[in-house]
Design a protein around this ligand. Structure first.
Ligand SMILES: Cc1cc2nc3c(=O)[nH]c(=O)nc-3n(C[C@H](O)[C@H](O)[C@H](O)COP(=O)(O)O)c2cc1C
Length: 214
């Protein structure tokens, strides 16, 4: 369950507690507090994403909405890298079988530079753990760079990053990978490596015929 849903549930529980307190003889002001928590619960409940991709007009649907993939000819999954894995990928492709006339394009978005072979190899190794061999060998992969704003990280992500930063700082500099160095250089800051031109080969791939993999 994602953080927003958990927050909505917690706010709802607090609202119910205040309603019960008001109903069992507590101050009527508790109803007002309950109403405030109900409003918070409604505001934090995740909304359905109904945006279309600006460059292709293809509907962009969040994996959290669990779209049905079986009738799609081309599926493009774009996901952020979190500790090597792509967020939402395992859940989305659970029980998914790629048909012969279907194309699956997987786009990872991370901070590490995918133009470096070592980083690409690391991403592929992680993806191999997330995907069934049947799907892995038929997928078209692309790797993009994203952005980070440490002021906007959730508490859990912030702690994960802190732990990683302190463990990397203890290592000798020459043993750090390029990904580690990018991590250290961007730690605690706002950094963006977004380049919309990098979308061009992905858009081209969408319209190419499906390749047959034996
Ligand atoms: C907890 C955490 C773990 C991350 N792990 C990786 C990683 O393993 N490799 C990488 O290249 N980027 C990593 N990143 C950076 C994100 O992939 C990057 O911020 C990306 O743009 C996130 O996209 P999104 O916000 O659309 O999910 C991590 C970021 C966070 C907060």
């Amino acid at each position: 369950m994602d953080n927003m849903k958990i927050s909505a549930i917690l706010y709802s529980i607090v609202a119910i507690i205040f309603i019960l307190c008001a109903a069992t003889g507590g101050s009527p002001a508790f109803y007002g507090v309950a109403a405030a928590f109900i409003a918070l619960a409604a505001a934090s409940y995740p909304k359905k994403n109904k945006k279309d991709c600006e460059q292709t007009g293809i509907p962009a649907i969040s994996y959290k909405d669990e779209p049905s993939l079986s009738n799609m000819r081309v599926i493009i999954f774009i996901g952020g890298l979190y500790a090597g894995g792509v967020r939402g990928l395992t859940k989305t492709l659970r029980n998914f079988h790629l048909r012969d006339n279907q194309k699956l394009i997987l786009v990872t978005v991370g901070l590490a530079n995918p133009n470096e072979q070592e980083n690409r190899d690391n991403i592929r190794v992680s993806l191999q753990k997330q995907l069934s061999p049947e799907v892995f060998y038929k997928i078209k992969f692309f790797h993009l760079r994203g952005r980070i704003d440490y002021n906007k990280l959730t508490f859990v992500y912030s702690m994960m990053m802190k732990l990683r930063y302190h463990s990397l700082r203890k290592k000798p500099l020459e043993t750090l990978t390029s990904e580690d160095r990018t991590f250290i250089n961007t730690y605690g800051k706002q950094a963006s490596f977004i380049d919309f031109n990098a979308l061009k080969p992905i858009i081209k791939e969408i319209y190419l015929p499906v390749e047959r993999v034996p």
